[in-house]
Design a protein around this ligand. Structure first.
Ligand code: M3P
Ligand code: FE
Length: 304
């Protein structure tokens, strides 16, 4: 039983055409489906129906985020555990959402709507399953990341929110930032052994989305992504640089409606017996941006 991976992020945009143009032409995602008010997008190496849903709405923001669970029966088990913790859950039945079957939804302690699903429509990646090419077509536009990697949400009470993800959802803490009184300012949580985080929680307003991140294979791809962003006039928030926390290489930037995106590579393997890494607040600058050693107020205070 467990959390397998981040499946999709569902956000609102007041300009569906502009957002779709940016995510296809600059980010380089594949548009897989378009309905009256929604665009569904995915990366070239993703097997699931989509990893991003953009829905027309006058107010930019996050509708929900969805994690896939390991086993079919996990949905029912998590439903019981989340209810027992005191968060009411609801079921979205098959047919209620594009690209997936039954799911459960609930509000996490920091106010975001989270969804768990097992039954996801597998539409396959761009490479196919028979004699696949190891690389996608060379003419993909934009940054063209192979997959979505992680996300970060804000919480007024980081420790309370982290406890929910650890005790109820069974995720493992890999790193934390503590203030002078030993209170958690940020936590990095993994549901698997592939990487130091599938989700992170950092102090900030309840309900807010800080960013989601796309995986790139190496530092050279990060460099090329910076060129693509600068060429297209995209506002870069931070980077290219390195995180102290997670050790990842990174760039943060804003989509046309002000939602923060990240491209990320590096990190490390997390085995079940890996010990938690702790950062103290006086080293938070290096934890965030190892070379610059700055606690950027724009970075910490701007959210969706
Ligand atoms: C990351 C990451 C904040 C830290 C962000 C870190 C918002 O995005 O991928 O490790 O304080
Ligand atoms: Fe990140």
């Amino acid at each position: 039983m467990g959390i397998l991976r981040l499946a999709h992020v569902d956000v609102r945009t007041p300009d569906l055409d502009l957002s779709a143009a940016y995510y296809t032409e600059v980010m380089g995602l594949q548009q897989v489906q378009r309905t009256d008010d929604c665009v569904y997008l995915k990366c070239w190496d993703e097997e699931d129906h989509h990893s991003l849903r953009m829905r027309y709405n006058p107010r930019t923001g996050m509708d929900s985020f969805t994690f896939r669970v390991e086993e079919e029966d996990d949905l029912h088990e998590f439903e019981k555990k989340v209810e027992a913790y005191g968060c009411p859950t609801s079921r979205v039945s098959r047919g209620g959402a594009v690209g997936q079957g039954e799911s459960i939804r609930f509000e996490v302690p920091s106010g975001q709507i989270m969804e768990l699903v097992w039954d996801i429509e597998k539409t396959g990646n761009m490479l196919g399953k028979h004699n696949p090419s190891p690389v996608p077509p060379p003419d993909l536009p934009g940054i063209a990341p192979p997959r979505m990697d992680h996300m970060l949400v804000n919480a007024e009470e980081v420790a309370e929110s982290a406890a929910f993800f650890i005790d109820v959802l069974g995720m493992r803490m890999t790193e934390q930032v503590l203030d002078g009184n030993g209170h958690q300012l940020g936590v990095w949580l993994a549901g698997n052994t592939r990487s130091p985080h599938d989700i992170a929680i950092v102090n900030g307003p309840n309900g807010a989305l800080h960013h989601w991140a796309y995986w790139l294979d190496d530092w050279d791809s990060i460099r090329k992504a910076a060129d693509t962003l600068a060429y297209n006039g995209v506002q870069i928030d931070q980077g290219p640089t390195r995180h102290g926390v997670t050790r990842g290489n990174t760039i943060y930037f804003f989509d046309p409606l002000g939602i923060r995106n990240e491209v990320f590579t590096g990190g490390y393997w997390v085995d079940p017996d890996t010990e938690i890494l702790t950062w103290t607040e006086d080293n938070f600058g290096k934890g965030l941006f190892y070379y610059e050693n700055v606690v950027s107020q724009r970075f910490l205070r701007m959210h969706t």
